[in-house]
Design a protein around this ligand. Structure first.
Ligand SMILES: C[S@@+](CC[C@H](N)C(=O)[O-])C[C@H]1O[C@@H](n2cnc3c(N)ncnc32)[C@H](O)[C@@H]1O
Length: 438
């Protein structure tokens, strides 16, 4: 308490001086003016205070009481030498600098510019703008009534990550606070990973809906869940819904696996743009791995009629380590196709008129020279046509296998043996009824 009142006195002294003396004005040539007054004392105190709490208290007082942009900027640059608290107060104080400059500019268009303050304290304008954005995000969080004390210990990188979210910076910090409250020792990387798991990286968010039929997702937004390594990038579902699902009705994944469809649909605000999807999502699987997935064998017609169905079956010859069903563990391509035929027949029957069926499958190329190639998408395409469905469109999805860590040997073998690896999944989309492909 003693310290607070001492500091308050100093601020009061400073304010008295700042209102009455031109000593506290920023000089045009950018040099520091000689200031034997309360401001200098406060700056000295700010620089020399050892105890963390005293530092925080002084910083908060400076934030609310000092009105001179240059002195605030000086304080910001002093603050950043501190750990903990440096990054937090540097950002807040630069935001305050900007607020004061903006407020004054409304009264006088010749007023001081941020660039001048930057010159005076030797900080580049772009950097300063970054600190302003970070500090404004902190202030926005505080104005929303969220306690930010825990962020005082955060590293500069946490605030930089927040800044990169642009309009999402406030939400980023709120999420960081929640995470730090339950994981007080978390690093900025862990905080950021938590954010990306829930919200995706900026790049991923921008890339979700593809403009063409070539779908490559280098920054998958919906990560695979640890207990289910066989899921596909959620972006495939997002694009398949966006381009091929009706706005309302029943959407079914009969081979739901991890339930990725549900996750992606729940996050539809990230990709639906000006659509307003109001679908009912139904998930089934032969071996349900989530409580919200019902047990059903896709070889039988679905218990409900659907307007949009998406299947991502176990891939021929490459799924026996993941699943135990007949498709995954088949001993021959013929038996794989027999099961697929039963499934396509049952699903065609389960569609409402004008309903859509999306079938997601890769071609198969074995490693050995004597292995035959199987054009599975094409063979299953024929089954769908034989069931009376009409083809609408095809998209090609990169599996990114060439770039996978440890794939150099396989890539070299493929080139040596003149045998291309299968690196693409094909999404064929069919419609029930009508012979137009819309
Ligand atoms: C590749 S996984 C689907 C992954 C899912 N797309 C995802 O992203 O989480 C294939 C799923 O099909 C299921 N499956 C295999 N045969 C089935 C059948 N006859 N009926 C229903 N589901 C089946 C498997 O249990 C497995 O969960």
């Amino acid at each position: 308490m003693k310290l607070i009142s001492k500091t308050q006195n100093k601020v009061a002294e400073l304010l008295t001086n700042s209102h009455t003396s031109s000593q506290l004005e920023i000089s045009g040539n950018g040099s520091l003016q000689h200031q034997k007054n309360g401001a200098e004392d406060l700056l000295n105190q700010f620089q020399n205070v050892v105890d963390n709490n005293s530092f925080y208290e002084t910083a908060e007082l400076i934030f609310t009481e000092i009105l001179d942009p240059k002195q605030l900027a000086q304080c910001a640059e002093l603050a950043c030498k501190r750990e903990p608290g440096g990054a937090f107060y540097r950002a807040k104080l630069w935001a305050r600098v900007s607020q004061i400059i903006e407020a004054r500019r409304e009264d006088d268009s010749n007023q001081l510019k941020l660039s001048q303050v930057c010159n005076q304290v030797g900080v580049g304008l772009t950097r300063a703008k970054g600190f302003v954005a970070q500090g404004q995000a902190i202030i926005n969080v505080e104005e929303a009534g969220v306690e930010t004390t825990i962020l005082r210990k955060a590293s500069p990188l946490l605030f930089q990550y927040a800044q990169r979210q642009r309009t999402g910076a406030k939400e980023y910090l709120i999420e960081a606070i929640k995470f730090l409250e339950t994981n007080p020792e978390a690093t900025h990387t862990q905080v950021h990973r938590n954010w990306c798991q829930k919200n995706g990286s900026i790049k991923a968010n921008l890339d979700i809906i593809k403009p063409s039929d070539w779908w490559a997702f280098s920054h998958p937004k919906w990560r695979q869940e640890e207990d289910f390594p066989g899921s596909i990038p959620g972006e495939v579902y997002a694009n398949a819904l966006y381009y091929f699902a009706p706005q309302s009705g029943i959407a079914v994944d009969p081979m739901a696996g991890s339930g990725m469809l549900k996750r992606v649909y729940e996050d539809r605000d990230l990709w639906q743009k000006d659509s307003n999807f109001q679908l009912k999502i139904e998930l089934f699987d032969l071996h349900p791995r989530r409580h919200f997935i019902k047990k059903h064998d896709a070889r039988e017609p679905l218990p409900i009629k659907a307007d949009w169905i998406f299947i991502d079956p176990p891939y021929y010859g490459q799924s026996s380590h993941l699943f135990t069903d007949q498709l995954a563990c088949t001993d021959s391509y013929d038996s794989y196709l027999r099961v697929m035929k039963e499934i396509i027949t049952a699903l065609a029957e389960s569609l409402n008129p004008k309903g859509r069926l999306c079938i997601f499958l890769p071609k198969w190329s074995g490693f050995r020279l004597e292995d035959p190639n199987h054009d599975i998408p094409s063979d299953v395409y024929s089954m769908a046509i034989a069931c009376g469905l009409n083809w609408i469109d095809t998209a090609y999805v990169s599996r990114g296998r060439q770039q996978e860590p440890g794939s150099a040997t396989k890539n070299n073998m493929a080139k040596r043996d003149r045998r291309m690896r299968s690196d693409t999944c094909v999404l064929n989309v069919f419609k029930k009824g009508g012979n137009d492909n819309v």
